[in-house]
Each structure stands twice: as structure tokens, then as C-alpha cells.
Design a protein around this ligand. Structure first.
Ligand SMILES: Nc1ncnc2c1ncn2[C@@H]1O[C@H](COP(=O)(O)OP(=O)(O)OP(=O)(O)O)[C@@H](O)[C@H]1O
Ligand SMILES: [Mg+2]
Length: 241
């Protein structure tokens, strides 16, 4: 029997992204493997969000190559997902946001409602399934965005500052769901400015500075003894966040 197709690893080869003459991503080569949770750190404007968008296929590189292990299954919402700082939700009920995503992913009608309810329970939102997604609080909206991801169990999830505007309680809830997704086999690639969160959720750190990938280091080592002087300065708060 043929082994199931896998999206990972995701390989970036000399990826450059320019706007006009400005180089925003400067020749990044890196391979993201299944397994370890990857946290992307770096000061404001380093290119973290652009890098995630290039990985997820929302932007195309100016030069270089972004390649999934299995090109034939890339781009499927069943396989790869992204969560933003401000969740992108539809003008539907909380439950409807999830069943619609399941529909787009090709899940048969008969299974959608049950799977969506299970996902709402996973994030503690089962009581508000019928509420319009637009009236939920910021923390609830973000949990809903993650419930939608949970319902699909993608192979890889990109998160761009998912808890940036949330209080500590909501942040903890979101971290729990991210941990559960990882435990269920989803590769996590997350940008955060919360160093405590990077410690808690990161197995390896990619450190970006002025569009360049300055280091890729196991998280324990990065926080104790970063390899680059820029990362050391960043950790000491001397580089802007
Ligand atoms: N589409 C675009 N057109 C022009 N410039 C852009 C575009 N997207 C990003 N930039 C610029 O590229 C640089 C990197 O942006 P990016 O959003 O990736 O930074 P970041 O590391 O995510 O920063 P932050 O921590 O503030 O979120 C910034 O200077 C930004 O202004
Ligand atoms: Mg950003």
C-alpha cells in the first residue's frame, strides 16, 4: 500500500520577497519538518508576517522557491490553515462558520454538524453555537477561529500573533487549543511577541531580523544562549518588538 501523501516538510529555497526596490525577505532557506513546534521571533518589521504568508501561499516570492513535499495536495484547506491576530469570520453563526469550512473542505453534509459541535466543545463555545460570530468577544472569536481549524485537523497551522489582543485567561485558553492541535499531529508554526508564550509553546525558534533568518535554534538554547548578537539584544529588550 502507498504511504499517505504528506505536505511536510515545507522547504524554502533562497526565498526573496521585494516590494519595489525594498527587500522584505532576504534569501531565506529553511525546511520546516513535521513534529517540532516552530516559533518565529523578531522585532517589528522583521518580515515575520510576510514569511508566514509566503509559506501559506498568500504571497508569491519574488524569487526562490516555496515547495511542499507533495505539491499535488498543497493549497487544500483540509491540509493547511492560518490564524491571524484578528480572526477572519463570516457573517454567520459560530456553528455556521465551522460547517461552512467543512463544506469547502469537501466533508459530506451528514457529518458537518456533528463535527462542528465537537469542535465548539473543544474550545468551550458549545453554548454559543447559534450566536452570530460577529457579536462574539475578541477572545471568543479567536477560539472560534481555532475551533474551525480543529474541525479540519490540518497537517500544518500557521498562527500570526493569535493572542496579541487577548487577556491572560483568553490567552491560556488559546494556548490549550494550540497544544491540543499539536498533540493531535498538527505542525505548529507561530509568530508571537510574547516571550513567555514562545517558551511555553516553542520547540525551536526561528529568529528573523531585517528580512534575514539569523538563526534556527532549539528553544531552550535560544533563550539561554542565542547564537546571534541581534537575538541577544532582542531578548534584552534592546531591539524594538
Ligand atoms: N504588501 C506590502 N507592501 C509593501 N510593504 C510591505 C508589504 N507587506 C509588508 N511590508 C513591509 O515589510 C516589512 C515586514 O513586514 P511584516 O508585516 O512581515 O513585519 P513583522 O515582522 O510581521 O512585524 P510586526 O512584529 O510588527 O508584526 C515591513 O516594513 C512592512 O511595512
Ligand atoms: Mg507581523
Amino acid at each position: 500500500m502507498r504511504a499517505p501523501l504528506s505536505l511536510l516538510p515545507l522547504s524554502l529555497d533562497k526565498v526573496v520577497f521585494e516590494v519595489g526596490s525594498r527587500r522584505i525577505i532576504d534569501a531565506i532557506s529553511v525546511s520546516l519538518e513535521a513534529g517540532p513546534r516552530t516559533v518565529v521571533l523578531g522585532p517589528n518589521g522583521a518580515g515575520k508576517s510576510v514569511l508566514l504568508r509566503l509559506c501559506h501561499g498568500l504571497l508569491a516570492p519574488t524569487s526562490g522557491v516555496v515547495a511542499w513535499n507533495s505539491a499535488e495536495i498543497a493549497g487544500s484547506s483540509r491540509r493547511q490553515a492560518m490564524v491571524f491576530q484578528r480572526p477572519v469570520l463570516l457573517r454567520r453563526s459560530a456553528l455556521g462558520n465551522i460547517t461552512y469550512a467543512l463544506k469547502l473542505a469537501g466533508v459530506p453534509f451528514a457529518q458537518r454538524k456533528e463535527r462542528a459541535m465537537e469542535a465548539l466543545r473543544k474550545v468551550g463555545l458549545e453554548e454559543i453555537g447559534a450566536h452570530s460570530a460577529r457579536v462574539l468577544s475578541g477572545g471568543e472569536q479567536q477560539r472560534l477561529a481555532l475551533a474551525r481549524v480543529w474541525a479540519l485537523r490540518p497537517e500544518i497551522l500557521f498562527l500570526d500573533e493569535p493572542t496579541a489582543s487577548l487577556d491572560p485567561g483568553a490567552t491560556q485558553e488559546i494556548e490549550k487549543v494550540i497544544a491540543a492541535l499539536h498533540a493531535a499531529g498538527t505542525k505548529i508554526v507561530m509568530v508571537t511577541h510574547n516571550l513567555g508564550q514562545a517558551h511555553r509553546l516553542g520547540d525551536e525558534i526561528l529568529f528573523l531580523h531585517q528580512g534575514r533568518l539569523l538563526e534556527r535554534t532549539p528553544a531552550d538554547r535560544f533563550f539561554k544562549n542565542p547564537a546571534s548578537p541581534e537575538a541577544a539584544q532582542f531578548l534584552e529588550g534592546e531591539l524594538p518588538w
